[in-house]
Write a protein that binds this ligand. Structure first.
Ligand SMILES: *Cc1c(COP(=O)(O)O)cnc(C)c1O
Length: 496
């Protein structure tokens, strides 16, 4: 059966998956959703002994129905290879009474690699299918993690250039080095004298510049973006929830058909929405635990049905979840409203103009699939200490937020269903906060020196992403003011 895509705010116009991947966001500002969430067409029992790539293919093909088997297999094979430092790609580790699904074995040691390692291949395949022969320029503003994951994903992909802007003084030392030492002949990394908002606004201004667009067309090129609203990032994420479930069956931790809970540290609501889609496809999931840090806008929404961004923005030790507008929640609203695009449009307009919205009681009933919980900074550090002391296993700050949510869920519900926690980053990526949580004495030591200390403490090999990072040559030294961004892009693309 073929699955087509339509906008959460649109009039029902349908496009193919390859068209949706190229477009990214719908022209009306909505997000693309499948016209019907597909059911898995094979029996779960036939998947128990599949490796990661086979599971990924089996799940993704239900969504990307205009890709041929050869096209999709080719994308999967190019994505989930030796770039990952674990042969299982997404291994499961039992600790602290739960199961941690390690999604950080890719080149940038955070879970965004799971989707950004395949998105470039889905995009180039889509362009070919649609007979578009343009050079694609990926333009990205980053607060740290997405930029490096996109650089890795799009590195040396034929027909694509990638330009990343980051706040020169707004990222950690490791994050900065990860980007400025990046190799790859199609990549450009530029620091901005300003903050993340300045970088983001500059990129948006370029995207919306009609004259610039025309020059691009004359150059036979087009802009695209690598951000998390593209269905090409969402669909690959559904696969690892199936893989985790099948691993539990294979290991004898559950029987086929038993239910599990899925617990996800949430920011933009992309990762947990992928688990929701898995549940609707037929994966036996009991509760989806939505874990927030002190920016607990989603926790409040799940409890009350009111989404209210009018609050103070808190900087936490889990920065990838410091977010007050969770873009992908719009897709959940679409499903909860019974696919009512007018209702979704009204809610999103209310959020834009008033800063909040409230869903009605029939939509609230659909929130039963979810359990919301949040962690304070102190609870996050306590969770890191607890799991390490219990099982000698170091988790990162984002994962620790999810572990706290798991404990609160169990305390409140007494549910004993086995729980899979999405472990979204390696502790090496946030080593200052993680080591400081384990022992005060590490708070005196700098980020680079802490890499070796963490290795000694945890016994986990230093990932390639950070090993000897301070010794790598800095290849990208360009820094510009926020007003110069457009000119810099023109120079890179040889446009005048
Ligand atoms: C992006 C990110 C998250 C949040 O994921 P969403 O899909 O935006 O909800 C959580 N943890 C880490 C480490 C991330 O990089």
């Amino acid at each position: 059966m073929s699955v087509l895509y339509k906008s959460t705010r649109g009039n029902g116009e349908l496009i193919s998956s390859s068209q949706a991947i190229i477009a990214g966001i719908a022209p009306d500002g909505g997000l693309y959703v499948p016209n019907a969430i597909p059911k898995l067409s094979v029996d779960l029992s036939s998947m128990v002994n599949m490796g990661y790539k086979e599971v990924a293919y089996t799940v993704m093909k239900e969504f990307l129905t205009d890709f041929t088997e050869e096209e999709l297999m080719n994308c999967v094979n190019k994505a989930y290879d030796k770039k990952f430092d674990h042969e299982e790609i997404a291994p499961l580790r039992k600790a602290g009474g739960a199961y941690f699904l390690e999604l950080f074995h890719g080149p940038t040691i955070a879970f965004k690699d799971m989707a950004l390692s395949i998105l470039p291949h889905l995009l180039t395949t889509s362009l070919k299918k649609q007979n578009i022969n343009k050079e694609v320029v990926i333009l990205t503003a980053t607060s740290g993690d997405t930029g490096k994951a996109a650089l890795e994903g799009f590195s040396n992909v034929e027909g694509i250039k990638i330009i990343v802007f980051f706040p020169e003084n707004g990222v950690s030392q490791i994050q900065k080095l990860q980007m400025t030492t990046h190799e790859g002949s199609n990549a450009y990394v530029i620091g901005i004298e300003g903050n993340f908002d300045d970088a983001q606004n500059g990129v948006k201004a370029i995207f919306n510049d009609e004259e610039f667009k025309k020059s691009m067309e004359l150059n036979n090129s087009m802009f695209s973006s690598a951000n998390s609203i593209n269905i090409g990032r969402l669909v690959p994420q559904v696969a690892y929830y199936f893989y985790a479930y099948l691993t539990l069956v294979r290991n004898g931790d559950i029987n086929l058909g038993d239910k599990v809970n899925i617990d996800v540290p949430t920011g933009n609501f992309g990762n947990i929405l992928a688990a929701y889609l898995g549940k609707k496809m037929g994966l036996p999931i009991n509760k989806l635990i939505c874990a927030s840090n002190e920016n607990k806008v989603l926790y409040d929404f799940i409890r009350t049905g009111v989404y209210d961004k009018r609050r103070e923005f808190v900087l936490t030790s889990s920065p990838s979840m410091d977010i007050l507008i969770s873009s992908n929640l719009e897709r959940l609203l679409y499903f909860l409203s019974g696919e009512d695009t007018n209702k979704v449009t009204d809610l999103m307009n209310s959020l834009a103009s008033k800063g909040y919205y409230e869903i009605d009681s029939s939509m609230k009933a659909g929130l039963e699939d979810l359990f919301g919980a949040y962690a304070s900074e102190e609870e996050t550090f306590e969770a890191i200490r607890e799991v390490f002391q219990k099982d000698n296993y170091l988790i990162d700050t984002h994962t620790a937020v999810a572990y706290t949510a798991y404990k609160k869920y169990v305390a409140e519900t007494k549910d004993t269903t086995p729980t899979v926690i999405a472990s979204t980053a390696s502790p090496y990526k946030f080593n200052t906060a993680v080591m400081g949580a384990v022992d005060e004495k590490y708070k005196q030591i700098n980020e680079i020196a802490l890499i070796n200390e963490m290795c000694k403490l945890s016994g986990v090999e230093i990932p390639k992403a950070v090993k000897d990072i301070e010794k790598r040559p800095v290849l990208h030294k360009k820094v510009c003011s926020k007003n110069e961004m457009k000119q810099v892009v023109k120079e890179i693309l040889a446009i005048n």
